[in-house]
Design a protein around this ligand. Structure first.
Ligand SMILES: [Zn+2]
Length: 102
């Protein structure tokens, strides 16, 4: 089905991006309370196919988990990012469905 194909495409895309990115950091996310992969806002934007502005908006609204290093670098919890991304995608799909001319 179309939906399923979209899922696979996104997964592949994520894997490609994650493989070539150098900013990956495996560490425990305090909010998840489990080991997560921490990535830069730029990589997060790539994975979600959105601009970094959308990522920072999620940071501000605490939709996604993040840690800030002493040097001021932000690392985003991949677990929460994917969850937020999936939720946003479902919301967008529902919205498109409701307004077919959009
Ligand atoms: Zn987390």
């Amino acid at each position: 089905m179309k939906w399923r194909r979209t899922e696979i495409t996104i997964e592949t895309q994520q894997r490609l991006i994650l493989r070539k990115t150098s900013s990956l950091l495996a560490r425990r996310c305090e909010q998840c309370a489990v080991e997560s992969t921490m990535i830069s806002p730029e990589d997060a934007a790539l994975i979600c196919g959105s601009g970094t502005r959308a990522i920072y908006r999620w940071l501000e609204t605490e939709t996604i988990h993040f840690v800030e290093t002493s040097r001021g670098t932000v690392h985003i919890c991949l677990n929460s990012l994917l969850q937020a991304h999936n939720t946003a995608r479902v919301a967008t799909a529902a919205d498109v469905h409701g307004h077919s001319t959009a």
